[in-house]
Design a protein around this ligand. Structure first.
Ligand SMILES: NC(=O)c1ccc[n+]([C@@H]2O[C@H](COP(=O)([O-])OP(=O)(O)OC[C@H]3O[C@@H](n4cnc5c(N)ncnc54)[C@H](OP(=O)(O)O)[C@@H]3O)[C@@H](O)[C@H]2O)c1
Length: 276
């Protein structure tokens, strides 16, 4: 039976290479992207199925979850990779700050709806975080940076990527599903192209970037290695477990408090049945 992986942000950069490599390893892949042409092109090139979804609308994500549930008899892995930095403060149609919605809330809505399928296969969830999560500044009553410094999007981005780690850990704690957040490396991709500060940083540090294939490697490893031999919820810096991250990521009470807050924001149940 074909193992099935859902890969978001698969229309370009790291996600496209994750989709490509998993397909090469005989996984059945759902290529999820925002831009229809790019998503179709990647899917076509690896003989996979394209799913177009804009995470800026949570209803769109709910529809995607429904479509995937109907379409696939089994789901063995979800790679929550869609995301990026948003240079100016904006709110989604759901009234959430866009960085938070694109990097965290969309993945939360998708994943929580796929939990029953994942429990069935004892599937895994991989979450693309970032080393900048170390700089995250999470205040539970201001996840959307409505009164704190926006910093051309870098503070909300760092905080959302810390949120990705917190959500990954909460998923592991609540459901027993294997769930790993990962920093892919500093990767040459479409990242930062919409932001002036992103472009400026790129022009100075572009030489340090690794290829999208190299950035995809840790994600593929986490999806496709049968026994990882680490504690569930471990944060990976590339291929290295227990990478340096924010102290809040080790605080189980804070993980739970963050989960309760985002569950409330997206209107999803707080508890889930455990896999064991
Ligand atoms: N590049 C790095 O150095 C680096 C480092 C650490 C973490 N990351 C993270 O790695 C992940 C992949 O980024 P990348 O570097 O590969 O950049 P990328 O080439 O810009 O890819 C970003 C992907 O996310 C999708 N996406 C963005 N906003 C979306 C939305 N509103 N709804 C649905 N999909 C959306 C994009 O879809 P479309 O192209 O179809 O619009 C694209 O497939 C991101 O989460 C990023 O934050 C990157």
């Amino acid at each position: 039976m074909d193992r099935t992986a859902i890969v978001t942000g698969a229309s370009s950069g790291i996600g496209a290479e994750v989709a490509r490599e998993l397909a090469r390893r005989s996984w059945r892949v759902a290529v999820v992207g925002r831009n229809p042409e790019r998503t179709e092109a990647v899917a076509k090139s690896i003989n996979a199925t394209a799913f177009v979804c804009d995470f800026d609308s949570l209803d769109n994500v709910r529809n995607l979850a429904e479509e995937l549930t109907q379409r696939f008899d089994r789901i063995d892995a979800v790679v929550n990779n869609a995301g990026g930095i948003v240079a100016k403060r904006q709110e989604s149609i759901d009234s959430h700050e866009l960085t938070l919605q694109r990097n965290v809330l969309g993945s939360v809505v998708l994943t929580e709806r796929l939990v029953p399928k994942l429990l069935h296969t004892r599937g895994r969830v991989i979450h693309t975080s970032s080393m900048v999560s170390r700089l995250g500044k999470i205040e539970l009553d201001d996840l959307g940076f409505s009164y704190r410094r926006f910093g051309a999007g870098w503070w909300p981005y760092a905080s959302a990527k810390l949120g990705v780690i917190l959500y990954a850990r909460s998923l592991a704690m609540r459901t027993g599903l294997e769930s790993y957040p990962v920093h892919p490396g500093y990767v040459r991709s479409g990242f930062g192209a919409e932001s002036r500060s992103g472009k400026a940083i790129l022009s100075l540090t572009g030489w340090m970037q690794i290829s999208p294939e190299a950035g995809a490697a840790p994600l593929v490893h986490l999806v496709d290695t049968p026994e990882l031999g680490v504690e569930n919820g471990t944060y990976f810096d590339g291929l290295t477990p227990d990478g340096p991250t924010h102290p809040a990521a080790a605080d189980r009470d804070f993980v739970t408090a963050y989960w309760r807050k985002i569950a409330e924001l997206v209107g999803t149940p707080v508890e889930h049945h455990h896999a064991t």
